[in-house]
Design a binder for this molecule. Structure first.
Ligand code: 5GP
Ligand code: ZN
Length: 108
């Protein structure tokens, strides 16, 4: 998707504060954090939303969810964190490239 901002971030065409990257997944800090730690995990491949996923996306979804606790811990959220996937206009989604929000604050 040539006009998708998260595709451009995953491709390194738009700068982002990177948390993690591998062949299929990219993670970066949210530009407008709602918590002291707030990052997003996305597939590098353009997928519009969770509503556009099906059985063919199980490996990608499993990969992303499996990374959540590891990256959360690395970002100082080992004591706990929140996750969210806003889906569709009615679900508050603003960027139509699938992303998992992970946010929280470091332990006292
Ligand atoms: P949504 O409501 O779609 O789940 O949330 C999209 C999130 O992406 C928002 O929290 C917003 O702050 C973040 N965001 C939007 N544009 C950019 C950007 O260019 N860079 C980064 N790092 N985050 C962005
Ligand atoms: Zn995209």
């Amino acid at each position: 998707m040539s006009d998708c901002i998260f595709c451009k971030i995953a491709a390194g065409e738009i700068p982002a504060n990177k948390v993690y990257e591998d062949e299929h997944v990219f993670a970066f800090h949210d530009i407008r954090p709602i918590a002291p730690v707030h990052f997003l995990i996305i597939p590098k491949q353009h997928v519009e939303s969770l509503a556009h996923c099906g059985p063919q996306d199980e490996a990608m979804l499993g990969k992303i969810m499996g990374l959540v606790p590891r990256l959360a811990k690395e970002q100082g959220l080992g004591h706990g964190f929140k996750t969210g996937i806003n889906t569709g206009k009615g679900g508050g989604q603003e960027v139509f490239h699938l992303h998992v929000h992970v946010f929280g604050h470091q332990a006292d």
